[in-house]
Ligand binder design. Structure first.
Ligand code: AHR
Length: 618
C-alpha cells in the first residue's frame, strides 16, 4: 500500500488527529499498526502516543496511524473500522470503555487482527495482549509511603477525589485507602473537586483552608490535580509546611517528576506509559514469535528528590542486548506433577535458544532446599536467580542476601509475599493468574452443573499448604462461590499437587463418610486423576456420580475428558520458557521490568477436548 494513499485516505475520513509516524515518509510500508486512542486530552494519553511514535520510528518497516475518539464510544468504533479499512496488521487500542467497544475489540480479534489493549482492561480475554499499570497497587504504594512518612506519631491527611472520578482515579484512591484507613494514628479527610483538573483541584484546596492548614500530607492521584494543589498551597502561604504526594510521575515541565525536583512534591508514584513495551510486543506478534503473554502489568516506583536522576535513567533505559551468554540459577519446586515436568522441559529448551547457561536445582517441595540453592547461586555469582517458590512467605532474608550481592531475582510460575514490597526484592513475576483460574473453575461449575434443592456439596482438593496456586486458586473459586449460595464447600483437604495426594484425599473421606459429594474441585490434574482412580475403586462413577474439575489441562487431563471421566480442566500454561528467557535477557540488557507478566490460558471441557488434544504438547 502506498503511503501517500494512506495519508489522503485517513484525512478524508476525518479522523482527528491522524499523524503518521513522523519519519514515515522515509520508510517503505511493511506492517501498519493502527492506534485508536480514547482521547488526546489527558496528558498521559498524549505521552503514550509520543512514546509509541518514538518506538515505532526505530523500526524501519512499521508505520503507525493514530485516531482520536474524543471520548466517544461511537467514534472509537468508527475509528477502528476506518483503521481496518486502511489495512492495518495490528491494532493498539486504549479504549473509552463500554460494552459496544468490548464487542468491537472481540470482533477485530476474532477476525485474526491482533489487538493490544492498553491501560484499561476490557472484561473477558478476547484480545491478544493487555498492557497497563495496576492502579490499585499504585494507590497502595502511595498509601504505604504516606503511612511511613507520618510514622507512629501519625497525623492528618487530605486526599482529593474528582467528581466524578475516572476509573483509574477510583482504583488509586481505593488502594490508598486500603492502607491509610487501617492506620488508627492517621485521620483522613476527602475533598471532592468538581473535576479532575488542575483548576478544580486548586479551587477545592483554596476553599478548604481550615482542613488544609491543619493537614500534614495532601494526596492527589494525578499530576494535574497535584499541580493545582501545589499552586493553591503556595498561594495560601503553606509551602514547606504541608507535604504533597501524588501518582503519575510523568516527565515534562510541571509534571510529577519535575515537581519532585523542584521540591514542590514530596514524592510521586510513577505510572509507566507502556508505549515501549507495546511496540516491543507488537513486533513479536507481527513476527509470530512464541512466548507472547496475555497481560503485562507495568511497574510503578516511588520517586523522591533523592532518586529523581536514577529513576529517570531507569525510565529512559532502552536496553541493549550484547548477546553474551547469561548465567542463570533456577530454584525449582521439584517434580511433583506432569505440569512441572512440562514446565522444566520448556525452560531447559528455551535456555539454549536464548543463549542462557542454566543451572536448575530441584527442591522436592522443600523451602529449606530452595534457600540452599539460592545461597549456592549467590556463591557462584550467577547473573540472574529465578525462583518458583514452594510456599509464598518466608523469603525476605534470602532475597535480601541476593539483593546485597547485586543479583536480580525473577519469580517464575509462583510468586512470594514479602514484608515490604517497596524493598524491591524481586524484579518481576512471570506466570499464571491463579486467582482467575479459581474463578474460572467455579464459573464453569455455575454454568454447567445444575444445583438441586439441597444445594451442591463440593469437595476441594488443594495443593500444598501456603503455595501461591493453592491460596489463590482457593480465593478465586470462593469469590464466585460467594455469589452462588446453592453451591458450598463441604470438605477440603490438601493433596500436595500429587496423584497420590488426590487418591488419599478421597480415600480418607470415604473412610469416615458415605459418598455424598456432588463436585470435586482439584487444584491440579494429577490430584484429580488420583481422585478418579480412587472413586472408581469404590464403584463411584466419575463425571456421572460426581463432576470433577481440575486445573492445568495437561494431556492426561484431555485423555480423561475424552474418556468421559474428567468434566473440565482450567488451563495453567507451563510453557513459559520463552517468556522467561526473554525476561532474563531484557533484565540483563538494562530494560525496566514489568511488575507482572501473565500467561495466556483457556478453559476446556468434554465438549471441546477433542479439538485441542492434537495440539497438546505436554
Ligand atoms: O505452580 C503451578 C502448579 O504447580 C501446577 O498447577 C501444579 O500442577 C504444580 O505442581
Amino acid at each position: 500500500m502506498l503511503l501517500g494513499v494512506l495519508i489522503i485516505a485517513v484525512s478524508l475520513a476525518g479522523c482527528h488527529p491522524v499523524p503518521l509516524s513522523d519519519s514515515a515518509s522515509k520508510k517503505g510500508v511493511g506492517s501498519i499498526i493502527g492506534v485508536s486512542q480514547a482521547n488526546m486530552r489527558e496528558e498521559w494519553r498524549i505521552a503514550l502516543i509520543d512514546e509509541l511514535r518514538d518506538e515505532i520510528d526505530k523500526n524501519d518497516d512499521i508505520q503507525m496511524i493514530t485516531t482520536d475518539a474524543t471520548d466517544s464510544e461511537g467514534k472509537q468504533i468508527q475509528d477502528i473500522d476506518n483503521l481496518i479499512g486502511y489495512g492495518i496488521d495490528l491494532l493498539i487500542i486504549s479504549p473509552c470503555g463500554g460494552n459496544a467497544l468490548r464487542e468491537k475489540i472481540k470482533e477485530v480479534y476474532d477476525s485474526g487482527i491482533p489487538v493490544i489493549v492498553m491501560d484499561r482492561a476490557v472484561e473477558g480475554f478476547d484480545y491478544t495482549l493487555y498492557i497497563g499499570p495496576d492502579d490499585e497497587v499504585i494507590g497502595q504504594q502511595a498509601g504505604r509511603y504516606v503511612a511511613d512518612l507520618l510514622g507512629e506519631k501519625g497525623g492528618k491527611v487530605v486526599a482529593l477525589s474528582g467528581k466524578p472520578a475516572s476509573v483509574q482515579g477510583e482504583e488509586r484512591l481505593s488502594g490508598f485507602r486500603q492502607i491509610i484507613d487501617g492506620q488508627d494514628q492517621i485521620e483522613l479527610n476527602i475533598l471532592y473537586p468538581a473535576s479532575e483538573t488542575k483548576d478544580a483541584s486548586y479551587d477545592v484546596i483554596a476553599a478548604s483552608k481550615g482542613i488544609v492548614e491543619s493537614a500534614d500530607v495532601l494526596f492527589a492521584y494525578s499530576d494535574s490535580m497535584a499541580l493545582g494543589m501545589c499552586d493553591a498551597v503556595r498561594d495560601m502561604g503553606l509551602e514547606g509546611r504541608v507535604m504533597i504526594v501524588d501518582c503519575d510521575g510523568f516527565k515534562g515541565e510541571d509534571e510529577g517528576i519535575d515537581l519532585v525536583s523542584q521540591g514542590r512534591l514530596k514524592a510521586t508514584v510513577s505510572c509507566p506509559i507502556g508505549g515501549r513495551e507495546a511496540v516491543d510486543y507488537a513486533v513479536s506478534i507481527l513476527k509470530k514469535e512464541s512466548g507472547v503473554p496475555k497481560q503485562v502489568i507495568l511497574r510503578s516506583n516511588i520517586i523522591e528528590k533523592e532518586n529523581v536522576e536514577e529513576s529517570l535513567a531507569k525510565i529512559n533505559a532502552g536496553g541493549d542486548d550484547d548477546g553474551r551468554t547469561i548465567r542463570v540459577g533456577y530454584a525449582q519446586v521439584g517434580q511433583e506433577s506432569n505440569w512441572r515436568l512440562a514446565n522444566i522441559k520448556s525452560i531447559e529448551e528455551s535456555a539454549s535458544v536464548f543463549n542462557v547457561d542454566l543451572h536448575m536445582e530441584m527442591a522436592d517441595q522443600s523451602q529449606e532446599r530452595q534457600f540452599e540453592a539460592i545461597r549456592q547461586f549467590i556463591e557462584e555469582d550467577v547473573d540472574v536467580i529465578v525462583v518458583s517458590p514452594v510456599v509464598e512467605t518466608g523469603w525476605d532474608e534470602v532475597l535480601r542476601e541476593a539483593k546485597a550481592a547485586g543479583i536480580p531475582v525473577i519469580m517464575s510460575d509462583r510468586n512470594v509475599i514479602v514484608e515490604n514490597p517497596e524493598e524491591n526484592l524481586t524484579t518481576t513475576y512471570l506466570g499464571a493468574d491463579f486467582t482467575e483460574e479459581g474463578r474460572r473453575a467455579m464459573r464453569w461449575i455455575r454454568d454447567n452443573v445444575k444445583s438441586d434443592e439441597g444445594g451442591m456439596r463440593i469437595m476441594e482438593i488443594m495443593g500444598n499448604a501456603g503455595a501461591s496456586p493453592t491460596e489463590e486458586r482457593g480465593e478465586g473459586f470462593r469469590e464466585i462461590l460467594a455469589e452462588n449460595p446453592s453451591y458450598y464447600i463441604a470438605y477440603s483437604d490438601y493433596g500436595d499437587f500429587t496423584y497420590e495426594g488426590g487418591r488419599e484425599a478421597v480415600r480418607k473421606y470415604l473412610e469416615k463418610n458415605e459418598w455424598d459429594i456432588d463436585i470435586i474441585y482439584a487444584h491440579n490434574d494429577d490430584m484429580a486423576l488420583g481422585a478418579i482412580e480412587e472413586l472408581k475403586a469404590h464403584g463411584i462413577k466419575p463425571d456421572e456420580d460426581v463432576k470433577i474439575i481440575s486445573v492445568d489441562a495437561t494431556k492426561a487431563a484431555f485423555d480423561a475428558m475424552i474418556r468421559g471421566e474428567l468434566s473440565c480442566a482450567v488451563e495453567c500454561n507451563p510453557m513459559i520458557g520463552p517468556q522467561l528467557m526473554k525476561a532474563v535477557r531484557d533484565l540483563c540488557s538494562g530494560k525496566q521490568m514489568p511488575f507482572r507478566i501473565i500467561t495466556d490460558e483457556q478453559v476446556f471441557d468434554q465438549s471441546n477436548a477433542d479439538d485441542y488434544i492434537g495440539k497438546r504438547r505436554y
